[in-house]
Design a protein around this ligand. Structure first.
Ligand SMILES: Nc1ncnc2c1ncn2[C@@H]1O[C@H](COP(=O)(O)OP(=O)(O)OP(=O)(O)O)[C@@H](O)[C@H]1O
Ligand SMILES: [Mg+2]
Length: 368
């Protein structure tokens, strides 16, 4: 059992009037894989360091297994942290690095050996045990850092951007390994990253942060499909959601969105919630995958068609990212077919209006 509860925790550093982390409340379930994600400086590492006890909290309470740990020393919290820079001891072998944490806790030699061998087998680094960190590749060092955490058998694993020093391919495969590791160890894991792809693929739940404040907490699919505001909508998803400034207009009894250079009809399911914006400015959000080429689209509504100039076509294998511009707006479409679109000519696409989001211009909150 390892439940972690953050109760209104806040961190203010001296000489900094802005809170690094503010009003953060969250209940992390036993065995959950939770990911904190957000841009640089939003307070991810500070949150993790507060859980680890490496950073004092200014106010609030942290519980590990129903026990307040605010005043418990890091070494007594039963958590293990894996850092971005691995923080291995250069003069020690891999074996010694992995053994160190439990050696200083005076575990018997046999137990230390058993745990190091078990962890190195899980991570596939048995052959490296006698090497020193400088004789390892980045990916191997990263495994040793994870191994060092595993041998501790902590209640909670804390990861601070552990993959950011690896190249793209290794990052992908190590990501999968950490997911497997979580399934195998059945431990509570708290993982910090600024990479939204890591967050989407790894987390049972994601916590999206900005400027010290939690924006939204939820399962990856919920955050993707029901972002609470424009920031979350734009942060999760690649290429990011397109945002188009425009106005809601009423014709007969139908509602339309117009940016001044194109007009699309709203899906009737949205009329009720968008009605208060009639005649007012609003932001339409549409993900690149919800724009289709007109010729092959199965979306039949003629009022969802948009004519736009093709600026750039970026083929990326099965898909192409097509950058389009109307008189007032620019947006990108992820198209699986784009035969009829030619650069510097007008092309026709269709907005899937069942899947668009609307944001209030002032609050940037999702209109719902
Ligand atoms: N020791 C410190 N003293 C003063 N301010 C700090 C200190 N550590 C962090 N901060 C500030 O607190 C805020 C949050 O920092 P934090 O390191 O938690 O961000 P982060 O989300 O981990 O960013 P990154 O993705 O760049 O690692 C930042 O504005 C940072 O400048
Ligand atoms: Mg950080």
């Amino acid at each position: 059992m390892a439940k972690v509860i953050l109760e209104k925790i806040e961190k203010r550093f001296i000489n900094n009037p802005k809170a690094a982390v503010a009003e953060l409340s969250l209940e992390i379930k036993d065995k959950e894989f939770i990911v904190f994600v957000g841009p640089s400086g939003c307070g991810k590492s500070t949150t993790l360091r507060m859980i680890a006890g490496l950073e004092e909290i200014t106010s609030g309470k942290i519980y590990i297994d129903d026990k307040v740990v605010n005043n418990v020393a890091p070494k007594d919290r039963d958590v293990a942290m894996v850092f971005q820079n691995y923080a291995l001891y250069p003069h020690m072998t891999v074996y010694e690095n992995m053994a160190f944490g439990i050696k200083i806790r005076k575990y018997p030699k046999e137990e230390i050996r058993r745990r190091v061998m078990e962890a190195s087998e899980i991570l596939g680094i048995q052959e490296l045990l006698e090497r020193r960190p400088k004789q390892l590749s980045g990916g191997q060092r990263q495994r040793v850092a994870v191994g060092r955490a595993i041998v501790r058998k902590p209640k909670v694993f804390l990861f601070d951007e552990p993959l950011s020093n690896l190249d793209a391919k290794l990052r992908g495969s190590t990501r999968t390994e950490i997911i497997k590791l979580h399934n195998r160890l059945q431990a509570t894991m708290i993982y910090v990253t600024h990479d939204q792809v890591e967050a989407m693929t790894m987390g049972d739940r994601i916590v999206v942060m900005k400027d010290g404040f939690v924006q939204q907490i939820g399962a990856p699919v919920d955050i993707y499909e029901k972002p609470i505001n424009k920031f979350v909508a734009g942060f999760i998803g690649t290429p990011p959601m397109n945002f188009i400034n425009g106005k809601i207009e009423k014709k007969n009894s139908d509602l339309f969105f117009s940016d001044g250079s194109f007009t699309v009809k709203l899906h009737s399911d949205m009329y009720k919630k968008i009605a208060p914006y009639e005649g007012k400015n609003i932001i339409l959000g549409i993900r690149p995958e919800n724009i289709e080429e007109k010729r092959t689209s199965r979306l039949a509504d003629p009022d969802w068609k948009v004519s736009a100039m093709v600026d750039v076509i970026e083929p990326i294998g099965a898909l192409a990212y097509v950058y389009l511009a109307t008189g007032h707006s620019a947006f990108v479409a992820a198209l699986d077919s784009h035969e009829q679109l030619k650069i510097s000519t007008k092309g026709e696409v269709v907005f899937n209006m069942e899947r668009v989001h609307f944001f209030d211009c002032q609050t940037e909150k999702t209109v719902d």
